[in-house]
Design a protein around this ligand. Structure first.
Ligand code: NM2
Ligand code: OGA
Ligand code: ZN
Ligand code: ZN
Length: 410
């Protein structure tokens, strides 16, 4: 039952007058008290903010410019959810002329120019940007799980027949990729091109100069060391490209001889250790841009970037490590030796089996890595063997979107 109440505030020259009608009772300002997080007990107009007290004791302050900018009315927001209101049109000193709670539990704000906004308490509470609410939301965010060789005991893996027929199995597999930065997939049909069907479960192939799908096997006159039978140390693919493809998949079509084992390493785990053990070396790798370079007959790709990319909070964001395509260092002479020291410390750690998981792809196996976090490597094999992988690139946007949709629908 919605009980009738109303209250009315008038703002006049920054002096606030509160006219609270008799019907209104304390603690029941907002009707249908579904829970204390959504029940408003008091509203006050401060100089720059609307202050809302909630039944659980929390106080929210919403700046008037923020409230006006987020007006949900059809004039300000298209039914598709996109904002129509031009933020630059809002006067910086905007303030309400009155606030009113109406029957349906919405908070009604009448602005000085006469525009009217209605906000639901629930929406306001879920968007409250107080320090404590933001900290609470940050805690609920998925957290990446850094790993070492111990993960060998419980490799993140799934079966193609499950994830292609069952959304909750797909959701679990995509969650593993997000949290561990990689996952295996078994029982993928070994028909050429099936990797495309795998990508279509969650996103889009990123086509590059290597094609939509590329064949990784030992060939004559290889344009890339990947197309030889040589061992390849831990690396991320395509650091010479900007933007870097953020996922890589490799699918084993055939492999009947010894060798060609796969090795993966969590560069974020290693980088955090480097940060705590050798902060100075970490600094070189996270601040000094280096050039990566790849060329072929008709291709000339280059990009410069620090090996360890940090976000604006100093958190690890992207590692690019590829000793096959790093260009000759070209920076201040005094920095050359300290840089090599840092590069080799990091490189030795990445090659330490204590940090690596290792397995051999069988025909029908596939792995996907987050190509800005988990480095991949392979051991030597014999070109006479029939080892044949198919690979492709994809990007995080598609995968995370698919996961978000699954998370909100399952
Ligand atoms: N291939 C497999 O990034 C690299 O150059 C590694 C990439 C040739 C597409 C190999
Ligand atoms: C690659 C690569 C590893 C392998 O193609 O980028 O690193 O196991 N291949 O062949
Ligand atoms: Zn509006
Ligand atoms: Zn590679």
């Amino acid at each position: 039952m919605v009980s009738y109440f109303s209250f009315f505030y008038v703002r006049d020259n920054y002096n606030l007058y509160f006219f609270i009608l008799k019907e209104m009772q304390e603690n029941t300002l907002m009707t249908t008290p579904t829970n204390s997080l959504e029940t408003v007990t008091n509203i006050a107009l401060e100089e720059r903010t609307l202050a809302i007290n909630w039944a659980d004791g929390h106080l929210s302050l919403f700046h008037y410019i923020w409230l006006r900018d987020n007006c949900p009315c059809p004039e300000c927001r298209h039914p598709n959810g996109q904002k129509l209101l031009e933020t630059i049109s809002i006067p910086s000193d905007i303030c309400p002329s009155s606030i009113q709670a109406i029957e349906d539990g919405q908070i009604k704000i009448v602005w000085a120019d006469g525009h009217v906004s209605h906000f639901s308490p629930r929406w306001l509470r879920t968007h409250c940007y107080s320090a404590s609410e933001r900290a609470k939301r940050a805690k609920e965010l998925p957290s990446r799980k850094l790993w070492t060789a111990e993960l060998m005991a419980t490799l993140p893996e799934a079966s193609y027949s499950d994830i292609s027929t069952n959304d909750s199995a797909l959701q679990k597999w995509l969650t593993m990729i997000r949290d561990y930065g990689f996952a295996l997939l078994h029982d993928v049909p070994t028909t050429s091109g099936t990797i495309k069907q795998v990508v279509e479960l969650f996103g889009y192939i990123r086509e590059t100069n290597y094609g939509k799908i590329f064949d990784v096997k030992s060939t004559a006159n290889p344009i890339n060391v990947a197309y030889t039978d040589l061992a390849i140390g831990p690396h991320t693919d395509n650091p010479y490209r900007n933007p870097v493809p953020t996922h890589q998949l490799l699918h084993c079509l055939s492999s009947d001889a010894a060798g060609g084992d796969s090795i993966l390493v969590d560069s974020f785990q290693v980088a955090e250790l480097l940060r705590s053990q050798e902060p100075n070396q970490f600094k070189h790798l996270s601040t000094q841009p280096v050039l990566f370079h790849f060329h072929d007959k008709n291709i000339e790709l280059m990009a410069d970037t620090p090996i360890i990319g940090l976000d604006s909070r100093g958190e690890l964001a992207a590692v690019r490590f590829n000793n096959y395509t790093i260009a000759p260092l070209d920076f201040e002479a005094d920095l050359i030796e300290p840089f090599y020291e840092a590069y080799c410390t990091f490189g030795r750690m990445l090659n330490n089996p204590d940090f690596q998981v290792r397995f051999k792809l069988k025909p029908g196996d596939l792995y996907i890595v987050d190509n800005e976090r988990v480095l991949h490597a392979r051991t030597k094999f014999f070109s006479a063997s029939n080892r044949h992988l198919q690979g492709c690139y994809a990007d995080r946007d598609g995968l995370y979107s698919r996961l978000n949709v699954l998370n909100s629908s399952l």
